[in-house]
Each structure stands twice: as C-alpha cells, then as structure tokens.
Ligand binder design. Structure first.
Ligand code: BTN
Length: 258
C-alpha cells in the first residue's frame, strides 16, 4: 500500500504529508512503517477501513467526512513528555472547536466532547521497532447523525456539522488542526504538562463530578474526580475517601457535579 501523494514540507515542523485515499488505519500504517518516517511526518487518509481506538475499540471514519491522521514524533525532546502528547493533542483539537464557537470539553485521558458527545479521539502509541511515538487523531467533521446511528453511536458521537459548527470540510479544517497541534506540542516540549494543564482544567468535562473509572483489571472505582494530576494521571477521591491516581482506564459514568 503506497500513499497517493507525498508532499514535502506539508507535515509538522516541515515534515512530509503522506496522503492515502483509503487505508485500514493511519496509526497501524505509521507504526509498521515508522523507520521510513521522520519527525513531524503526517500520515493522513480520506477513509479508514479499520480505524482503531483506545482499549481495542474501533474508530468510525466515514469517507470524506472526517479527519484521520497520525503524526510521527521522534525528536528526543518528546521523551520526557511522551505520556502527555495525547492530552496536548486533545487540547489542540478543542482550541480549533472553541474558535468555531463549539463548546468543546476534554475528557481524560484524551477525548474531546461537545455537549457530552464524543467529537474527536486520540490514540498515542509507541512504534515498537524504534521507540518513536505515533500520535493518531480522529475528528468527526461532517459525519451525519444517520451515519452515527448506523454504527450504533447515535447517543454518544457527534461531528462539527452535527453540533452546529462551521460548514468547512475536512480539507479546509485540516491545516488549522495542524497549526493548533504544532503550537500545543511545542508548548508541551518547552514547558511540560504545566504548559497545557490550565487550559485542560478549564475545559475538563470531569473535574468535580462523580465518576466511575473502569480499570484495566475490569474493576470499577467510583468517586469524585479531582481532575488532571500534575503528571497527567486522573485524580479521584474514591467513596472511602482515599485519593487515587490512574495512568490508564476508562471513565464510564459521569454524573452531575457533587
Ligand atoms: C479513541 O477515541 O479511542 C481514539 C480514536 C483514535 C482514532 C484515530 S483516527 C486516526 C488514527 N488511526 C487510527 O486507527 N486511529 C487513530
């Protein structure tokens, strides 16, 4: 499988843009080809046939209706902030949506919501071959409510158009996403998570709420969400009053503020 086009200088920090018409998953391709990719190279596809989400979930990319891309990060300055690149990406996506007047919120670990529905997801992975980070972003631009219904996502997903945002198409929105992303990733490298955390906290869909976290061993822990900890973990005070911090998991229930 080869890209339909490769454009020098169109990626992040002067990297390349590799554009596919259709591909199983931009993340899978970037992980498998990481050795052929340089820092800031962007793999983008108009359609994905096997888009992947966190925790072995799938990601719907309706052809021409969404942005699906993966960015390769290889510069050593990313090593200390590797656990937080997904959070910086979620904040960058929310920058773009807020600029369009949409009430974007971020949800740990790195989802973007509008009015409680997911509009964008981020999947950051390590390429096992060479240790580079592959940062995948999926953003629903013009996906229709009918397409979400057909995929069983009627109540949980939305797109920019469905949420009443700009009429722009994925191609016109994409360069703005790249600018927002470059800015937030630069800030993360320079200042660590502290450079991102205030905006995350201001846009946090969970902080102060009663939530339930599904942890990797299958258990569920309920309590009051304390927001994003200094290192990017999720802070929670459980029902017994014990403070807990999570590196991974899934927030499965969100109630109104305490
Ligand atoms: C999630 O919400 O669980 C993460 C979704 C990430 C989807 C993007 S789309 C581009 C890239 N390629 C993939 O297969 N997944 C990510």
């Amino acid at each position: 499988m080869t890209p339909a086009s490769v454009t020098a200088g169109a990626g992040l920090w002067g990297g390349r843009m590799l554009l596919f018409d259709e591909i199983p998953s931009t993340n899978t391709w970037a992980v498998e080809h990481s050795r052929e990719l340089g820092h800031g190279d962007v793999v983008r596809a108009a359609a994905q046939t096997a888009g992947r989400g966190r925790l072995t979930r799938s990601w719907l990319t309706v052809p021409g209706a969404g942005i699906a891309c993966s960015i390769l990060l290889r510069d050593p300055s990313f090593a200390p902030v590797a656990p937080n690149v997904g959070q910086a990406a979620a904040v960058a996506v929310s920058d773009l949506l807020l600029d369009d007047g949409l009430p974007a919120r971020v949800k740990w670990p790195n989802d973007v919501l509008v009015r409680g529905r997911k509009i964008a997801g981020v999947l950051a992975e390590l390429a096992p071959d060479d240790g580079a980070i592959v940062l995948g972003i999926g953003l629903n631009v013009s996906t229709t409510p009918e397409s979400f219904s057909a995929a069983g996502l009627a109540e949980t997903a939305t797109s920019i158009h469905a949420a009443g945002g700009t009429n722009g198409d994925p191609d016109s929105i994409f360069p703005r996403l790249m600018c927002a992303l470059e800015r937030r990733l630069d800030a993360l490298c320079r200042g660590g998570l502290d450079a991102i955390r205030p905006d995350w906290t201001a846009r946090d869909a969970l902080v102060g709420r009663r939530i339930e976290v599904l942890v990797p061993d299958g258990g569920r822990i309920a309590g009051r969400c304390g927001g994003l900890a200094q290192d990017g973990r999720l802070a929670l005070t459980d029902d017994a009053g014990t403070g807990r911090l999570f590196w991974s998991g899934d927030v499965v229930k969100i109630a109104s503020p305490y």
